[in-house]
Design a protein around this ligand. Structure first.
Ligand SMILES: Nc1ncnc2c1ncn2[C@@H]1O[C@H](COP(=O)(O)OP(=O)(O)OP(=O)(O)O)[C@@H](O)[C@H]1O
Ligand SMILES: [Mg+2]
Length: 361
């Protein structure tokens, strides 16, 4: 029997579609390092657009199935998964805007029209979830009035180093962090006037040594004010994640945030419904704030529902004690819901990058 060739393997893999981009893996240039040993043992790598790809097991299995089907003489098949996070930076996705952070691949804001719905909780756990997959991640606490990132990371009295007039971000759980809480005393609140707030936010962007990042998450303060607008004007934002709780009153406020992002042409990655349900000890879900509010809202706005996170003391305590739930109880239902949402966020970013780059001449 003649040895299997690389060309035959690639022919077989042309039958495997990338589920979101609807093209085959070979045309998308995602197949790397095809290697044939002993004439029939095949190994190859698939280069994904994000290490947080929720479809990675599906893609790996589809590769094996396609090879088995088209090359029944194949012996052992090994599919390795690699990831190179995409960005629309290089293909004009940011229009005319000059980019103050050229080494940051994707900037994602986490916001809501409403206070207290869990934006910071989601932003923190999202950032850590992405970092746990191997991505390089930063997190800006853009809430100058009520910074919560230092507490949520257990870094209340931490002060950043300053080298050559550049602030070094503080790093924990694999995430580079910056918050006004690292720069001022917590019992000495600063009264920020509009222009001061804007210039503080500018400092967080241009005055901090962020280095190379795949994802920079921005935890927004509640509402649709100066800080949000400064950020949108200053930064090439890849997309916005909207957080809500299921009640109608929260959703009314969230609609305002959606409208604001649309007005300033920021792409909406989707909605995360927080405090969706309470998980009872027998495993059933109690929808204490009503069922399906987020889903209905997402549908009406034409945006994806990225995830539904349960309400539970495990999440609140994690935040209060500086050990976010994805670090402290990674196997819990709550952590799983957040990790799934993080995969969906990364997936939406990848889809948008692919679309932006395919429109390049
Ligand atoms: N799913 C959840 N289950 C239980 N508690 C939660 C959950 N999500 C958030 N919380 C708690 O609710 C409170 C508010 O959350 P968080 O600070 O994340 O909201 P926020 O939207 O960022 O608020 P703000 O508008 O003040 O910035 C915190 O005490 C947090 O621990
Ligand atoms: Mg907050």
């Amino acid at each position: 029997m003649s040895a299997i060739t690389e060309k035959q393997v690639l022919e077989a893999l042309k039958n495997v579609m990338e589920p979101d981009l609807k093209k085959d893996l070979v045309s998308l240039n995602m197949i790397k390092d095809v290697c044939i040993e002993k004439g029939s043992d095949i190994s190859l790598s698939v280069e994904l657009t994000t290490p947080a790809c929720p479809m990675k097991d599906h893609i790996r299995n589809a590769c094996v199935t396609a090879i088995r089907k088209h090359l029944p003489e194949a012996g052992e098949i090994t599919v390795n998964l690699l990831a190179k996070v995409t960005s629309n930076r290089s293909c004009g996705g940011h229009g005319e805007k000059t980019n103050p952070l050229p080494d940051v691949g994707n900037i994602i804001t986490v916001g809501s029209g409403k206070g207290g719905v869990g934006k910071s909780t989601v932003a923190v756990n999202l950032a850590i979830s992405l970092a746990m997959t191997g991505a390089k991640v930063g997190l800006i606490d853009a809430d100058l009035y009520g910074p919560s990132i230092p507490t949520m990371f257990g870094l209340e009295n931490k002060r950043p180093e300053v080298v050559n007039q550049t602030i070094m971000p503080i790093e924990k759980y694999g995430v580079k962090l910056m918050s006004i809480g690292f720069l001022i005393e917590s019992d000495n609140p600063v009264i920020w006037r509009g222009p001061m707030a804007s210039s503080a936010i500018r400092q967080f962007i241009t005055g901090v040594d962020w280095g190379e990042l795949d994802y920079l998450i921005v935890d927004l303060p509640p509402g649709t004010g100066d800080i949000q607008l400064t950020l949108v004007q200053l930064l090439p934002i890849s997309g916005a994640v909207i957080v809500t709780t299921p009640q109608d009153v929260a959703l009314t406020d969230v609609a305002k945030a959606v409208t604001m992002f649309r007005k300033v042409n920021v792409s909406l990655l989707g909605l995360i419904e927080n405090m969706s349900y309470y998980l009872l000890p027998d495993g059933t879900k109690d929808y204490i704030f009503g069922k399906g509010g987020g889903e209905k809202f997402a549908k009406a706005q034409g945006i994806p529902l990225l995830g539904s996170i349960p309400i539970g003391s495990i999440i609140r305590e994690g935040g209060d004690e500086g050990k976010p739930v994805v670090v402290d109880s990674p196997e819990s239902e709550a952590a799983n819901a957040i990790i799934t949402s993080a995969g969906e966020v990364a997936r939406q970013v990848s889809i948008r990058n692919a679309v932006a780059c395919s429109h390049q001449p």
